[in-house]
Design a protein around this ligand. Structure first.
Ligand code: MD3
Ligand code: FE
Length: 215
């Protein structure tokens, strides 16, 4: 295990999360302004909303999508849909800066030629959490998932192949990018309730972008 002391004083481990899971600390930092501009553009066209799970619970994370496919949940189940059910229109196109960053990060992690067709935008506010789950709605589990954290920090839970497997806690800060491929691709994961915090670029909020090849 190695430790990095960031300039904001946060100590964070660079630990092997498991085969296929690579943390690229601050990889997105240089593109922060363009990324957040693009998030604003996307959310103007397809507003963030609290979706309902098949079990009838309203999610505390607010979500929207861009790209050819968007991840949605409602009482009928989870799916990727080319149409935003709130507007009846296709999702906004994926901004070039998103495509480029996701593809560069995947290459860096050993997944050459990754071209995402879906980007889920998650917005967390203090107190918001994401309970332990697997991502299983994509067609090809051989394709990695790239996640980008922007704004206030979060503690990510990285579990194993079964729900009962003990999770490791991974702090994720502004600009951190994680590439999840190989065996890690189907591991359980979640996000602990966010603590109160402020970030100069986002206020009291964290955005997470997840890039996938869903179709
Ligand atoms: C590990 N999002 O949208 S990103 C999700 O911070 C999701 O918003 C979290 O889990 C967030 O489904 C975590 C990191 C992540 C994304 C997908 C994974 C980790 C993953 C898929 C497999 C294993
Ligand atoms: Fe997930």
């Amino acid at each position: 295990m190695t430790q990095d002391l960031f300039d904001d004083g946060v100590v964070s481990e660079s630990l092997p999360l498991g085969p296929g899971a690579v943390v690229l600390r601050r990889f997105a930092k240089a593109d922060e302004a363009a990324l957040l501009d693009a998030v604003r553009q996307v959310t103007e066209q397809a507003p963030l909303r609290h979706m309902v799970t098949p079990g009838g619970f309203t999610m505390s994370v607010a979500m929207t999508n861009c790209g050819d496919l968007g991840w949605v949940t409602d009482r009928t189940g989870y799916r990727y849909d080319p149409i935003d059910p709130e507007s009846g229109h296709p999702w906004p196109r994926m901004p070039d800066v998103f495509v480029r960053l996701a593809s560069d990060a995947a290459s860096q992690a050993g997944f050459e030629g990754f071209v995402p067709d879906a980007c889920l935008v998650n917005r967390y506010e203090p107190g918001t959490r994401l309970s332990l789950h697997q991502d299983r709605n994509e067609r090809d589990y051989g394709q990695p998932i790239v996640s980008v954290s922007l704004g206030i920090p979060a503690v990510f839970l990285f579990g194993g192949a079964t729900r009962s497997h003990k999770s490791q806690r991974v702090p994720l800060a502004h600009g951190d990018v994680v590439v999840w491929g190989g065996p890690a691709r189907l591991h359980y994961h979640g996000v602990l309730p966010l603590k109160e915090a402020e970030h100069p670029l986002t206020g009291a909020c964290r955005f997470n972008l997840t890039f996938r090849r869903a179709g």
